[in-house]
Design a binder for this molecule. Structure first.
Ligand SMILES: *Cc1c(COP(=O)(O)O)cnc(C)c1O
Length: 395
């Protein structure tokens, strides 16, 4: 069997950093993917909240192949129209002033952390410390890892970047007690993803905003997972009415093409030429893909579909929770949902996979659903029904 052969080859050749599911995927269309044995799955993982248009989307694949033949990469030594046009559209849609592009989420965090310190220096502030939160996840490079408030990710790699302090998520007093003149920024995920799909409270975000004003520091929102329509608005800060100085993005930005970046308000735009760079950052191929995502979101109803599908998914999960006492809590927003189980989330996910539904864990016993934003009501019904069956069987 192809699957067994490739599981074995992967075991032999890869560095083994991923605990991958025993599944070899070959192709996809819409919200469905097909494995090497020809079995079909409903994809409620979407490459970890990445494939916003699902798989094999015609406009996206056409834009990528046409741009690949036109100009794939030229470095930032030169300008190109695709990148600049995309920047213009994204800034207009998001209400930010400046943009910088890179290739991943963790790189977007590095850019934000460096910018915060650069900004503090420019402003003549002595503070260089950055406040991050418990249960956060910001990525795997040293800077982002240093801001990730989870021991399991940090412990094997210490010592880490100095000058990062951790406030307790959703505890405004804890945040207030940590901010002082030695700080230059607060970084947070409006909805904590890997930490267990936990939305921050409006009170907590309001406190962060207050502290920014009181202490003249920057507010950085990591919207790598919750951005680009995932919570029914272009960015999640819009739900809270608190606009960050720096917004980090990646995952869904280009629908599966690797890309990341930051959006910045004028007051925080402290980088000078030569301060920061990425060779591939915002290359025309990535920006051609990202342009399709943005126009689908803003002009072709994807944002509306995401919001409507997200509400529907929420209702269906509420019904499911009433039926199953093994569901302790529902978390998240819109199309970013966490189902907190008493125990056995790994087995539940494996069983769902056998029944043709892909799901992924977040944090402890949290089953996460982050489907493509094109997901339909029928597909949501099917996914919830599979989960229902699997939970029934376990009881
Ligand atoms: C996935 C993720 C990152 C890291 O992104 P990579 O592209 O894997 O480097 C950072 N922040 C959040 C909130 C994420 O979900």
């Amino acid at each position: 069997m192809v699957t067994e052969t490739y599981i074995e080859k992967n075991r032999k050749y890869s560095l083994g950093t991923y605990a991958s599911f025993p599944l070899v995927l070959e192709s996809g269309k819409g919200c469905l993917v097909t494995d090497a044995e020809g079995k079909e799955y409903l994809d409620f993982v979407a490459g970890i909240a990445v494939n916003l248009l699902g798989h094999g989307h015609e406009k996206l694949t056409r834009a990528i192949s046409e741009q690949a033949g036109q100009l794939m990469h030229c470095s930032n030594l030169y300008l190109n129209r695709v990148t600049i046009d995309y920047m213009e559209k994204l800034l207009e849609a998001s209400g930010f002033d400046k943009a910088f592009f890179c290739n991943s989420g963790t790189e977007s965090i590095e850019a934000a952390l460096k910018l915060a310190r650069r900004w503090a220096g420019e402003r003549g502030k002595k503070g260089r410390d950055i406040i991050a939160l418990t249960d956060s996840f910001h990525g795997r490079t040293f800077g982002a890892l240093s801001a990730t408030g989870q021991d399991k990710y940090q412990a094997p790699f210490r010592p880490l970047l100095p000058g990062i302090r951790f406030a307790e998520a959703n505890n405004p007093e804890s945040l207030e007690s940590l901010v002082d003149d030695d700080c230059c920024a607060i970084i947070l995920e409006p909805v904590q993803g890997e930490g267990g799909v936990r939305p921050l409270s409006a009170d907590f975000i309001r406190k962060a905003d207050e502290l920014r004003k009181q202490h003249d520091i920057l507010l950085i929102f990591d919207e790598v997972q919750c951005g680009f329509g995932r919570t029914g608005k272009l960015f999640t800060w819009e739900h809270f009415g608190v606009k960050p100085d720096i917004l980090c993005m990646a995952k869904g930005i280009a629908g599966g093409f690797p890309m990341g970046g930051i959006l910045v308000l004028e007051r925080a735009a402290a980088f000078k030429a030569g301060d920061h760079a990425a060779t591939f950052g915002g290359n025309p191929l990535a920006c051609a893909a990202a342009s399709v995502i943005l126009s689908e979101l803003m002009d072709n109803g994807l944002l509306e579909n995401s919001a409507a599908a997200g509400r529907y998914l929420g209702e269906k999960l509420e019904e499911l929770k009433k039926k199953h006492s093994s569901i302790i809590e529902l978390r998240g927003m819109s199309l970013m949902r966490g189902i907190v189980l008493e125990s056995g989330s790994a087995e539940i996910i494996s069983s769902c996979m056998e029944h043709g539904l892909l799901l992924v864990r977040a944090g402890g016993e949290v089953v996460r659903m982050v489907p493509p934003l094109i997901v339909t009501g029928d597909e949501i019904d099917r996914a919830v029904s599979i989960l229902d069956t699997v939970l029934d069987r376990k009881r």
